[in-house]
Design a protein around this ligand. Sequence first.
Ligand code: FAD
Length: 400
Amino acid sequence: MGQGRPSNILAIVGGGISGLVCAARLGQLNIHDVTVFDTGQNAVGGRCSTRHVQIEGKTYIFDHSAQYFTVSDKRFAKIVSFLHSKGAVKVWPGKIGHLKKGRFSTDAGITQAFIGSEGMRSVVECLASLSKVQRPCWVGNVSFDSVSRKWQVDKYGFFDYLVVAHNGKCADKLMSSAGVPDVHRLLRVRFGDELVVRDHRMQLCSLWVLLVAFREPLKLSFQGAHVEHQDISWIANNTAKLGQKFPASKIECWTVFSTREFGTANKVPQENIPPGKAQGVTNKLLAAFSQATGKGQLPEVVYSRVQLWGAAVPMNVLATDEECVFDSFNNVGVCGDWLVSPCIQGAAVSGLALAERIHQHCNGLVTTSTSLKPVFVPASGHIIGAFPTDQNMIFTPSKS
Ligand SMILES: Cc1cc2nc3c(=O)[nH]c(=O)nc-3n(C[C@H](O)[C@H](O)[C@H](O)COP(=O)(O)OP(=O)(O)OC[C@H]3O[C@@H](n4cnc5c(N)ncnc54)[C@H](O)[C@@H]3O)c2cc1C
């Protein structure tokens, strides 16, 4: 370890994919005293999460944020391979594609799609088991003491390094008075459904999600589809995707995401959705679902719930050659999807890159900061995120 750094106590604020991968990699690199703080009430994971819902005495699983992911990066492939060996991920064998005016076409661009074995929560729970995680825990205040060169993290104590592994309003607010204005400048955020290209801020869209269970199966030919419709952008059959089977039950559970425009037009405080709004959004998304699938009259709805992802998916990413942000003078790093690509792979790769950077800094191998210029470029991908693929990278499950 570098001289003058007796300990490597590190706090990671955010237990989504990026924070958990960063923590796990730091552990592998022998930096063990790492704590991940996350707000999750029921689980870690942030935007990679699953809801367990009781319907007529049985537990049904809905993925209510990330739906599936693809792999094009060799470093991420190793992580997926590890997760597969632990039984946390599997290949989604069902049909995925595009739905336009009631017509489905498969997505030829996707070589392999991966899902969590029991919903996306399996992925983050497996990663979380590798590190020390404190939750539910909301970090509301952090500050750097330039004399002791320590970060104070709320009431949780002093740390040599701070990692910010979340974005959106919370990260913007948290870092606004942390004493690192150059880092804070990168975390400023704006919301909208149309990208403002010359604005030097991260831009996020808002998306509504409808979780709906029907009494009878819809008998659609596919399991997941990116939808071309003014109100909805994605639909997926969780029951088929996760192979959920209960004797004597034909219940089918679907996830439906809105478009960005619908998200903006119907924006309300996500923690406090007025009941009237929830009902109105449910009705509109169900009507759009019926229209987009061409099903007309839908079967009886036995369960429904809507949720607003206020800070859903980054519409731009930081224009930098690095995959993370690191301020070597103030011992603070940032990782997340908005630094690489708005997807599971992007978030994971960013967490990995930051872990390597911190490890090198601890060992005195790197003393410089990454670029801290707030220049953003449009992100590519679908409304619910990017699905990078490499035709040559077909995953063959190992036997271990
Ligand atoms: C609706 C939706 C659908 C998506 N679909 C897909 C998909 O199908 N495939 C795909 O690849 N990607 C998809 N994405 C994108 C993908 O989910 C994200 O790119 C990825 O999960 C981001 O991970 P992250 O670690 O960067 O951030 P996050 O997952 O946002 O993690 C940040 C964590 O920090 C926590 N946190 C925030 N503030 C604090 C605080 N003050 N104190 C403590 N903890 C805090 C949050 O609760 C959260 O757990 C989707 C996203 C959304 C919203």
